[in-house]
Write a protein that binds this ligand. Structure first.
Ligand SMILES: [Zn+2]
Ligand SMILES: [Zn+2]
Length: 362
């Protein structure tokens, strides 16, 4: 099968013929239908997060089950599935206390470099995030998959597999935004727009979307933003406070992964407010906060993949999409071929598209 391989940071991916192993007891072989070009993969391509190479990146995907291992009962060939990098064991302390997204069982959630599922020219090709979606086939643990109805378009399914579950999940699971609360979202890519839309579904009374690209702010309005701020012209913190009678918001979400915007997300909170950092702040970067801001019950927290319980959350989110409440179609810029992946990422770096998805020929 064909896959896009990263051989070294800051080099283009190359499309190669890759060997995939047969499913072991609890593994599932999936024929990939769509894989989204998520910003997080770019961190590996640019060397901002360490990862062993060569590696097949990609972690936002959906497809059809081709084969299952001898112990798999949850799925059978022909089932439609969404993948999630939050593979869980179901029995560790994190899983059994309601936090399967931070499962720490390394027999299921393999550490970087541990998987031996793919090879190229006789050498191991590493699996990224227990998935490796930029490939025609994925060999994954069954607990990295959720089964979905066959009427769900698989490009919508793929989006739900990372960007949507992360952004909407940050609102529902991590921050638990309540009806009437006020919200600000910094960064209106696929994840930030999902947070905007999630806040609308949660019943927030004001939803302030912040970005430097005006076309993204237009989409934010269609997805539920009540106010928009173009941060290329103004100071985002001052502008949010202006809109909020000088006080700030109850909940802020940082969906870029920059030091400055992470600091801004905390600075724009009202007393008692909660800032949630969704973006991947580059490895080793420190953020600085004013200590006095903590005196009035302000909080800042991280969230991994929207604090998901994805086998519950993803079908719910797809129901909200069917009802027209999650407006996920707005997030899709277009479909591209696997061979166009480098161009697709160049475009993403330029800030233009929301989500391009690789459409695999089945
Ligand atoms: Zn992602
Ligand atoms: Zn676990």
């Amino acid at each position: 099968m064909r896959a896009a391989i990263l051989h070294q940071a800051n080099q283009p991916l190359t499309i190669e013929e890759v060997e995939v192993s047969k499913p072991k007891a609890r593994e599932v072989l999936v024929r990939t239908a769509f894989a989204g070009l998520c910003h997080s993969d770019l961190h590996m391509m640019e060397g901002l997060y360490p990862y062993p190479v060569p590696v097949i990146l990609g972690h936002e995907s959906a497809g059809v089950v081709e084969a299952v291992g001898s112990d798999v009962t949850y799925l059978k060939p022909g089932d439609h599935v969404i993948s999630c990098l939050s593979v869980f064991c179901g029995t560790c302390a994190n899983c059994t206390t309601g936090h399967p997204n931070i499962c720490d069982n390394t027999e299921v959630k393999l550490l970087p470099g541990a998987a031996r599922r793919y090879s190229w020219k006789g050498q191991v090709v590493h699996q990224f995030a227990n998935l490796s979606s930029f490939a025609e086939q994925m060999l994954v643990h069954e607990n990295a998959l959720v089964k979905v109805e066959k009427d769900i378009p698989l490009d919508i399914g793929a989006l739900v597999g990372c960007g949507v579950v992360t952004g909407v999940g940050a609102v529902f699971n991590a921050a638990k935004v309540e009806p009437g609360a006020t919200v600000a979202v910094i960064g209106c890519g696929g994840i930030g727009l999902s947070a905007v839309n999630g806040a609308a579904v949660a019943g927030a009374s004001r939803i302030i979307a912040i970005d430097t690209v005006s076309s993204k702010l237009d989409v934010a309005k269609q997805m539920g933003a009540t106010d928009v701020i173009n941060a290329s012209n103004v100071d985002a913190v001052a502008a949010v406070k202006d809109l909020m009678d000088g006080i700030g918001v109850h909940y802020s979400f940082e969906a870029i992964g920059h030091k400055v915007t992470a600091e801004q997300s905390f600075a724009m909170l009202r007393p008692g407010g909660v800032a949630t950092i969704i973006g991947m702040v580059p490895y080793g970067t420190k953020i600085e906060l004013h200590g006095a801001d903590f005196l009035r019950d302000r909080k800042i927290q991280g969230t991994s993949m929207g604090g998901n319980r994805f086998r519950v959350d993803m079908p719910r989110m797809l129901t909200l999409w069917k009802q027209g409440r999650l407006k996920l179609d707005h997030l899709i810029t277009g479909h591209i071929k696997l061979e166009q992946i480098n161009e697709g990422y160049a475009q993403l770096k330029s800030g233009a598209p929301l989500r391009n998805l690789i459409k695999f020929d089945s």
